[in-house]
Each structure stands twice: as structure tokens, then as C-alpha cells.
Design a protein around this ligand. Structure first.
Ligand SMILES: [Zn+2]
Length: 439
């Protein structure tokens, strides 16, 4: 392909800036006048070939210079737990939940999924991804239901993962929504999902028909992860049952195998209901294993506590206490209008805002570092090495409509732009009044 201008014909790979031709592979681009989250020393950085090559102040002049107008920037938001094959099925026939419980959601999905086809899943998932990316997310881990003889959802999302990889990173969990054993051949389907290219082993022990079978599913999850060298992400103890303690077994097994850092415990709601003596002992063991925790604040607040009269439990894991002990915890969206949760739109600022309220983490000191819960902590859980605004890493970042961290959280500001490998994925204007407020 060639690009024609009035004066010259440029070969492929060249663009014109200020009437001068530049080879985009050797062009230097400087982003300047910005406040970088967790970096007090740099206000600008240079990008070459999609990578950050210099950071600091008063850096040399570049071919292209982009004024970020003092705005706060940070690495992209991370959504480490989302069900892309379920998005927008919440208002389908039979999808509208009545009780608001996890178990009614699973029952409704059992019928809904029978009518889906690959094209339909791809279209819905792509629309869900668009919503997430438009809110500044560039990294998504998605649980895809493999308790389906056709593996329709998995085939669709494997294709999307490849098609979209330059714009958004997607990790897939081979997830048996209806049970590794409660569903006939569930274990075999999980293994097949891994062979087809899923990144993580999933399980749902609290949905199996007996505690022993749930335990068996945990053993098998860890065996599969070792056999296929995959990460683990288990829907675990997503219940208010104070005796639900599958987390204890998962933690012990991954610690024995030395794969705690590759393991995520999603939900672990019952840990918020467990007594303190048990919790204190377990927190010590979580520190040793280096296991990660994922909490979707809005979904768990919505789904849990449904059997309670008053007081009603919040249904969340002990996020604050885990973080205080140095254990990695991140927040997630989980659902976008599905049979489990009617709302959800991929806006991580909304997730963060709810999360810091529900977990009592809104002291001034906690607010200053709370963006970690939707950025760095999620990236750590997903084991993304090329993450963070650091020399040598890809120039992936978002621009927020505020210059200060505290004010950004207080005002719940929007993402104005998202940049991937030094190029804008989108950029929007700051909202302005058509008619100025006269106060
Ligand atoms: Zn989930």
C-alpha cells in the first residue's frame, strides 16, 4: 500500500506530520505534561516502535509531541473476571432472575445456552468487549462455560482472542459452570478446553453435589494445571455458608506444587463469614502460598446475603484484611447483564467506587493507592509481565479526566483516552456545557 500526498508518494510504513514524511518504525513520539500514577519523578516519556524508551523531565524534542494537558495517566484498567459468553443474555426469555441468587442464575443459564450459536456469542462478546475497552480496560480474563457438548462459547471466544489481540489482551478460563462432576463429562470438557488453548483451569466446587466431590474437583484442577502448565482461576466458596472451605484445600495444594502465584481464588465470599480464629490462620497460609484473590464487589453484594434477614451480610471476601497482610487482591466486573446480575457495563471506576465503600477502604491513605485494585493488582493476578509505565515496556496507558488521584476517585472521572503500543485506541473530548451553569 502507498500513501499519496500532494507533493510526494510515500512507501508503506510512512506517515506525514507537519508536511514531513516519517517512518513510523523509527519515529519518536513524546507524551508530555502529565501526572503518572505511582511515579513522582517523571512528567513525560518517549515512545519508539510502541515501547517506552525514555522517561523523565525535559526530554529531547521528538518527531511528534503530544500534550496530555496535565492529566493523570496510568496503565490500562484490568478486568480479571468477566463472563463474556453470558453478556446481554439477562433479558432473554427465561433470563430474568427473580430471587437474585447465584443458584437461580446457573439454572436459568442451563436453558439459555442451548439456543446460542457461535455467531451470536461472538457478536455479544464483541459488544461487551467494546463497552469494557471504551472504559479504559485493555486486559480481560474471561471464564467461558465448557459444560456444553459443542463448546460453542469457547470456540467463539478463542477466535475473538486472536482477532483482537493487538487492541485488547484476553485470557480464557476453561470453566465448568454446571460442575466438573455435577455435569456429565464436565472434567473431560475442562481438559478439552485446555487442549484447545484456554489459559487457565476453572472449577466451581461449591456447586458440586457433595463436599467430597467439590474437593475432588479441586484436586483435579491442580493436576490439570500442572499437567498442561496453565494458570488456575476457581470460582470458590461463592456462598455465605460459613462452613464452605474449599479455599483451604486449593491453597494447600497450590502451595505444595509451588504454583500459588499462578492461582486465583475468585469470589471466596464465605471467607467474609468465617470466624476470626479460622480466618487468621488461613491468612498466614495465603501469605505463604502467594495465592491471588479476585472480588467483584457489585455482583457479590447483589448475589450474597440473600438468605439473611437482618443483619444482612455484604457477601464480600475480607479484602481489606488480606491487603493489609500483603496478599494480592483485585476487583472485577464479573457480569454484564446476564442471568446472575442485570447491570454491569465494564466501567471499572464504578466497580472501584462500590468496592472501596463495601470493604471500608476509603481512608485518605487507602484512596491514594486504590487504583491498584483495578490496575496493577489485576495485572499481577493475570501474570502480565509487559505492564506498567516503565522503560522497555509497551506504551499502554489510559488518560483520566483529572490531574490528581484523590480527586479522580472522588469525582469518579471518565477515561478520556486509551493508548495501546503508543497509538490511540480512542480519544474523547472533555465534556463541556452547551449552556454554562450560572451559579
Ligand atoms: Zn464468575
Amino acid at each position: 500500500m502507498t500513501i499519496h500526498t500532494k507533493q510526494i508518494t510515500l512507501p508503506a510504513g510512512y506517515i506525514v506530520i507537519n508536511n514531513k514524511p516519517f517512518d513510523i518504525n523509527i519515529m519518536k513520539k513524546k507524551f508530555f505534561n502529565t501526572n503518572i500514577y505511582r511515579n513522582n519523578s517523571a512528567t513525560e516519556f518517549i515512545v519508539e516502535n510502541g515501547k517506552i524508551t525514555e522517561m523523565g523531565t525535559n526530554l529531547p524534542e521528538c518527531d511528534e509531541e503530544i500534550d496530555l494537558k496535565g492529566k493523570l495517566i496510568m496503565p490500562p484498567y484490568v478486568d480479571p473476571h468477566l463472563h463474556l459468553d453470558y453478556v446481554y443474555t439477562g433479558r432473554n426469555d427465561g433470563g430474568m432472575v427473580n430471587s437474585g441468587t447465584l443458584f437461580e442464575g446457573i439454572e436459568r443459564w442451563h436453558y439459555i445456552k442451548k439456543s446460542q450459536n457461535k455467531k451470536d456469542v461472538k457478536e455479544r462478546a464483541l459488544a461487551g468487549i467494546r463497552e469494557e475497552v471504551s472504559h479504559g480496560i485493555q486486559f480481560i480474563r474471561t471464564h467461558i462455560d465448557v459444560t456444553d457438548p459443542e463448546l460453542t462459547g469457547l470456540k467463539a471466544i478463542l477466535e475473538l482472542r486472536e482477532e483482537l489481540k493487538d487492541k485488547v489482551t484476553i485470557q480464557i478460563v476453561s470453566f465448568p459452570q454446571e460442575g466438573m462432576y455435577a455435569y456429565k463429562n464436565g472434567f473431560e470438557m475442562v481438559e478439552e478446553g485446555l487442549k484447545m488453548g484456554a489459559d487457565c483451569v476453572g472449577a466451581i466446587p461449591h456447586f458440586e453435589w457433595a463436599r467430597e466431590i467439590g474437593e475432588k474437583s479441586i484436586h483435579k484442577t491442580v493436576e490439570l494445571a500442572v499437567k498442561y502448565n496453565k494458570m488456575i482461576d476457581v470460582h470458590i466458596d461463592e456462598t455465605d455458608d460459613v462452613m464452605a472451605r474449599f479455599i483451604e484445600l486449593l491453597n494447600a495444594l497450590v502451595m505444595t506444587e509451588g504454583i500459588g502465584e499462578k492461582t486465583a481464588a475468585s469470589h471466596a465470599c464465605s471467607f467474609g463469614s468465617a470466624d476470626n480464629a479460622y480466618a487468621n490462620r488461613m491468612i498466614g497460609l495465603f501469605k505463604k502460598s502467594k495465592i491471588n484473590f479476585i472480588t467483584p464487589p457489585t455482583e457479590n453484594a447483589y448475589l450474597q446475603g440473600r438468605m439473611d434477614n437482618y443483619p444482612k451480610r455484604r457477601g464480600l471476601n475480607r479484602v481489606k484484611e488480606l491487603l493489609e497482610e500483603g496478599i494480592n487482591v483485585c476487583f472485577a466486573q464479573d457480569s454484564i447483564n446476564d442471568p446472575w446480575y442485570p447491570l454491569g457495563n465494564g466501567n471499572m471506576m464504578n466497580i472501584l467506587d462500590n468496592g472501596i465503600h463495601l470493604t471500608h477502604m476509603a481512608s485518605y491513605q487507602e484512596i491514594e493507592k486504590s487504583f491498584d485494585l483495578i490496575t496493577f493488582n489485576g495485572a499481577k493476578t493475570m501474570m502480565i509481565e509487559d505492564y506498567g509505565l516503565t522503560i522497555g515496556r509497551s506504551a499502554n496507558f489510559i488518560v483520566l479526566n483529572e490531574s490528581d488521584v484523590f480527586e479522580a476517585i472522588r469525582k469518579r472521572v471518565e477515561v478520556l483516552a486509551s493508548v495501546r503500543n503508543g497509538e490511540y485506541l480512542f480519544k474523547r473530548k472533555e465534556p463541556i456545557y452547551d449552556l454554562p451553569l450560572n451559579l
